[in-house]
Design a binder for this molecule. Structure first.
Ligand code: ADP
Length: 384
């Protein structure tokens, strides 16, 4: 099957010179960026001009990291060095969902495929970039990730839901008891009027019993999918993927993302789907909080927290947590939003504690709110 990377390879090979490529590349609707071994841009297609907002002349010879947000922006040179030193392919020929940065500084989700080719004995890399914000394939590409996240939220909210469902069930069951007792009392004096009332009471009983059945049914749906697992995963990778997912929300597009992830504590031992759910919930809350603030800035930081744990911090520049919810923040059904379920943070709490970590919030230094949570490091003790 022809992949973007293999198409890049054959195109470059067929033409034998970067100059000749333009006419052909410009017919490709996606962006194509060719770089040399030092990471300098050698070719920038029309599609790339449209996608990133630069014209080719502005970027030729520049480092390709200018098209990336942090932390890739600062790290791209070291990614290239790592590849040349070890031959280990982290993206070449593999492709992945990640984020890119436009000329105006805004960040957007992309599907990136990179091919490598020797051009007149010089090594060059061709990147094919598909903007997932516009792509019709977005749904397909992110479908699995989103589906898994939705499932994780179902599973992990089980504990929370058990309590609330017990509460919900109590209401129809109490009503059933009341209607049946009323019907029994009415039967003691069988006037035609009372027969009508008994019929009404029995109809209400049936309705309430059905409601109780639906609640049980819902509970069954919640538990009907598999168990969760722990694996060693890269925190940076999870953050990048979750950011790409969050960026699909239109409200989020003009947010400035700052990511400072400590490379020395990148490997964590978690259920990645669940931890991404925590990140996504915290990011969504942050975006909601910044809906009306002039500065929209989201900061994600990681740092060692001692005892083999890693702390992840998500800060926003919103108005801060309102006092009415501050004390009950992680309890279910606590929300200040018109359409809020108030389940997001309680799900985060369930996930983080089931991973052996902690989650807490505090006012952010620059104004706004900071959420911290801890997860277990996959590195041996002493390194964190
Ligand atoms: P929901 O988002 O459905 O309201 P959550 O449990 O995720 O449920 O959040 C509960 C409440 O906590 C929110 O309604 C909001 O009042 C408050 N909150 C959560 N995150 C933030 C934040 N970053 N800034 C300000 N308030 C927040």
């Amino acid at each position: 099957m022809s992949t973007p990377a293999s198409r890049a390879r054959s195109m470059l090979a067929a033409f034998g010179g970067v100059e000749d490529l333009h006419a052909l590349i410009d017919t490709v609707p996606d962006a194509m960026v060719v770089i040399d071994a030092a990471g300098s841009i050698m070719s920038f297609s029309r599609g790339a001009e449209r996608m990133f907002g630069y014209v080719e002349d502005e970027v030729l010879g520049e480092n390709v990291s200018m098209l990336m947000p942090s932390p890739d922006r600062e790290k791209h040179d070291s990614y290239l060095h790592h590849y040349f030193e070890t031959g280990e392919k982290r993206i070449i020929g593999i492709g992945r969902v990640t984020t890119a940065r436009r000329r105006d500084g805004s960040t957007f989700p992309i599907d990136l495929a990179v091919g490598e080719v020797l051009l007149r004995e010089a090594q060059v890399f061709a990147g094919f970039i598909r903007d997932l914000t516009e792509s019709h394939e977005t749904e397909r590409l992110l479908h699995n990730l989103q589906g898994e996240l939705a499932h994780a939220s179902r599973i992990t909210s089980m504990g929370t839901l058990a309590t609330s469902i017990a509460h919900e069930l109590n209401q129809p069951l109490t009503a059933v008891t009341n209607y049946v007792q009323t019907a029994r009392d009415l039967l003691a004096e069988l006037t035609p009027e009372n027969v009508d009332l008994v019929r009404e009471a029995l109809e209400e009983t049936a309705t309430e019993a059905l409601r109780a059945g639906q609640i049980v049914h819902r509970l069954r749906d919640f538990v009907s999918r598999g168990e969760t697992t722990r694996e060693i995963v890269s925190l940076q990778r999870m953050v990048t993927e979750t950011t790409a997912l969050a960026l699909l929300d239109v409200k989020v597009r003009n947010t400035n993302f700052i990511t400072r992830l400590d490379p020395l504590c990148d490997a964590v031992l978690v259920d990645p789907v669940q931890v991404q759910q925590v990140l996504l919930n915290l990011m969504r809350n942050a975006f909601d909080a910044m809906a009306d603030t002039p500065v929209k800035q989201l900061t994600i930081i990681s740092a060692p927290d001692g005892n083999g744990m890693i702390r992840v911090t998500v800060s926003d520049r919103g108005p801060g947590i309102s006092p009415e919810v501050a004390k009950r923040l992680f309890q279910p059904f606590v929300s200040t939003k018109d359409s809020g379920m108030g389940l997001g943070l309680s799900i985060c709490h369930t996930i983080v504690t089931s991973h052996g970590g902690k989650i807490w919030a505090e006012p952010a230094e620059a104004g706004g709110t900071t959420f911290h949570f801890t997860v277990m490091s996959a590195a041996s003790e002493g390194q964190v």
